[in-house]
Design a protein around this ligand. Sequence first.
Ligand SMILES: *Cc1c(COP(=O)(O)O)cnc(C)c1O
Length: 372
Amino acid sequence: MPRPIQALIHPAHLAHNLARARACAPDAQVWAVVKANAYGHGVANVFEAFRAADGFALLDLDEAQLLRELGWRGPILLLEGCFEARDLELCSRLKLWHAVHCEQQIDWLAMHKTHEPHRVFLKMNSGMNRLGFTPQAFRAAWTRLNALPQVDEISLMTHFSDADARRFGEDGIAHQMAAWTEATHDLPGERSLSNSAATLRYNQRDEVRADWVRAGIMSYGGVPDYPEHDMAHWDLKPGMSLRAKVIAVQHLQAGDSVGYGSTFVADRPMRIGTVACGYADGYPRHANSGTPVLVDGQRSQTVGRVSMDMLAVDLSELPQAGFGSEVTLWGQSSKGAMLSIDEVARAAGTIGYELMCAITRRVPVQVEALQA
Ligand SMILES: *Cc1c(COP(=O)(O)O)cnc(C)c1O
């Protein structure tokens, strides 16, 4: 029998979340962002659910290739563009659209031999200082690209650093919007600005509205601005549930400790369950005692340190729970109770993005059947 742990993917929820992105940006086309193996869900596992997207955005060429093998003939965008000149050959062959964020990428394009010119997304560094041309250099880059026979349409793109919160006490996107608008207002081409946070929080504004939104975390039911808002507020549903089982029960007396380092000491008699989930499955080792879990759909919490293969949960208040009980680490229990990945992430000092991406290979992934 396999070890009782499983990541369950919920295609109906993924499709619902993607529809939410569309509803937030009704005039825009929607990129389903599937980088990092679809935020840990598996590109092939989310493909059917995200088929209603206008395109798929990602970073890795092998994931782009997989999408073509799965039969996707629509747009695919490489968000970081090419990493070396010969990547352009694959772009030509697979008809990939690609970001252009630096002079080297333009040099490679200028030397590239292709029958069909490429669609590119010229990226502006409007203030995040990660990728892109500065507003001052943007027009020259556009002019250079526009003169190349290898280039077909040029679209314009930027990325927000603070769309999920305020920045220095101000609206989080104001500084980047000012730089963007000034540098692009008279350039032709389609625009793509918003990630999930901006799609949810700002897309009703005229100046933010664009031709393409890039829906990442929200498509998976992660809330970019948790705890200011939660899943219910944005009407999102978990794309993944991590579930395991209680494989042993221990009875503690006051003074007994639990796990490595004896970081948890019972102050009263307790009953605890040992769960078949540890940091080698991707559960965060830094989750503190007290991190929420669902046991048979009822809320409880972890006790003591997370070890490689196991963690402990408090069963003292759950007399029906015991050996074999289902433990939902995040997502939805089989009875429909919800535990937000963002809440678990917060207890571990991280964000839902990291937990999703961190599910390890030894965890069997199952895709729920899509109900009609
Ligand atoms: C990852 C990524 C996104 C999606 O961001 P979310 O916060 O997950 O919505 C959008 N744009 C770019 C350029 C990205 O790298």
